[in-house]
Write a protein that binds this ligand. Structure first.
Ligand code: 5RP
Length: 221
């Protein structure tokens, strides 16, 4: 098993019968979803809430019962990946472009477990460019306002076109040398009109399960 597989599979063991489970997005949580599908086939009753259209498709293909966020009272546990995480469980997310739905679902979850390979566990955030979701309206002005915060920023592309999120927005990837004050940066970014949400997740994760060669490291808050 590789590190992603190890972490992703282990996280599924925290799911109990009857839970409403937030299903994250990405190649690590992919293994969690396969494991959940196996548990469902063996008789466990859970309801998933997907953080992206791609996860919704995967969960449907795997036979996991799904509900919309609107139709559940609260989410017991969300399991999701990260692009970077630090010891205090501050995260950068959005490498897959799903940060807005991921953050809404994390906000409404009692617990959030992050699954990652060891390359994601860092001393300081910022090597991975911070994804920021912005509206199409006024996007060049919003891009410039973000650049004026002192980063190198570019609109994300996919196959020579601008990447469009599940919510019909664009993503700006922002390189700050090092993110020393994540809360301040988070708040300043979200104050720019046109910014819908940014990929800093502060105070959401309650545990991280990190694959480390053949073993697992746990980080808890
Ligand atoms: C998607 C995300 C992913 O969770 C993040 O990019 C990690 O993905 P992976 O597990 O494939 O490395 O935030 O928006």
């Amino acid at each position: 098993m590789n590190e992603k597989q190890l972490a992703g599979k282990k996280a599924a063991s925290y799911i109990q019968d009857g839970m409403i489970v937030g299903l994250g997005t990405g190649s690590t949580v992919y293994w969690t979803i396969l494991e959940i599908a196996r548990m469902v086939k063996e008789g466990m009753s859970i309801t998933g809430v997907a953080t992206s259209k791609s996860t919704e498709k995967l969960a449907q293909e795997q036979g996991i019962p799904l509900s919309s966020l609107e139709n559940v009272s609260t989410i017991d546990l969300t399991i999701d990946g990260a692009d970077e995480l630090t010891e205090d469980l501050t995260l950068i997310k959005g490498g897959g472009g799903a940060l807005l739905r991921e953050k809404i679902i994390a906000y409404h979850s009692t617990h959030m477990i992050v699954v990652a390979d060891s390359s994601k566990y860092v001393k300081k955030l910022g090597t991975f460019p911070l994804p920021v979701e912005i509206t199409k309206f006024g996007y060049l002005k919003t891009l410039n306002a973000i650049k004026n915060m002192g980063c190198t920023a570019s609109l994300r592309k996919e196959n020579d076109s601008l990447f469009i999120t599940d919510n019909g927005n664009y993503i700006v990837d922002c390189s700050f040398d090092e993110i020393c004050f994540p809360t301040t940066l988070h708040d300043h970014l979200n104050q720019i009109p046109g910014v819908v949400e940014n990929g800093l997740f502060i105070g959401y994760a309650t545990k991280a399960i990190i694959g480390q060669e053949n073993t697992i490291t746990y980080v808890e808050n």
